[in-house]
Design a protein around this ligand. Structure first.
Ligand code: SF4
Length: 188
């Protein structure tokens, strides 16, 4: 199975989800958000078309990663290949995050005609959804670019048939402090 990537795997990200993460940068995005930092990933014919086995082989050699993040580009434009990789990453014990310009509700709608979207979603732990909105750009927003985007607990949302946010990432105070479980981190 093939996947089109914008770049090789990044194995040391601490900003694309919790912990030390490997990031898969998918190529191709239909959303074209003004202010996007990754406009070179928009073209569906650019990047490199690789076998998903190439990605799996790379994942199998990783040692200290907490999880795998799908970003781009929009991974939801290649749901079958992403599901194939996510299935393998799960077997390695990795948790899965995914960034998408679609909203959760749009994905639910699209999944009616594309079964691979649900196949992929069923493997995702955390979904950061929605387009990047320049007017709502927020340096205080953790793990997302603009405050309209949501950090969604996918498995709980699928189970309850409604959007459930990851509670610990919800901003508690306006002074740019956030609570992660029992700890508090200040962003400066
Ligand atoms: S969804 Fe993401 S990659 Fe696509 S245009 Fe918007 S910010 Fe850029």
């Amino acid at each position: 199975m093939k996947i089109r990537l914008a770049a090789d795997l990044q194995s040391d990200s601490i900003v694309d989800g919790e912990g030390i993460r490997t990031v898969i940068w998918t190529q191709g995005c239909p959303h074209h958000c003004p202010g996007c930092h990754n406009s070179e990933t928009w073209d569906f014919n650019d990047g490199a078309l690789l076998d998903t086995q190439y990605v799996k082989d790379k994942l199998s050699k990783l040692k200290i990663q907490d999880g795998l993040t799908f970003s781009g580009g929009d991974p939801m434009c290649q749901p079958e290949a992403c599901a194939d990789i996510a299935k393998y990453a799960k077997k390695l014990g990795m948790n899965i995050w995914c960034y998408t310009g679609y909203t959760y509700e749009q994905l639910m709608f699209l999944s009616r005609t594309n079964k691979h979207i649900m196949e992929f979603l069923s493997l995702v732990d955390v979904l950061v959804d929605g387009k990047f909105v320049l007017e709502e750009k927020s340096d205080a927003a953790i793990f997302r670019g603009s405050s309209n985007q949501r950090i969604i607990d996918v498995q709980k949302s699928l189970e309850e048939n409604q959007v459930c946010l990851v509670e610990k990432y919800i901003v508690k105070e306006k002074n740019e402090s956030f609570k992660f479980g029992h700890e508090q981190y200040l962003f400066v």
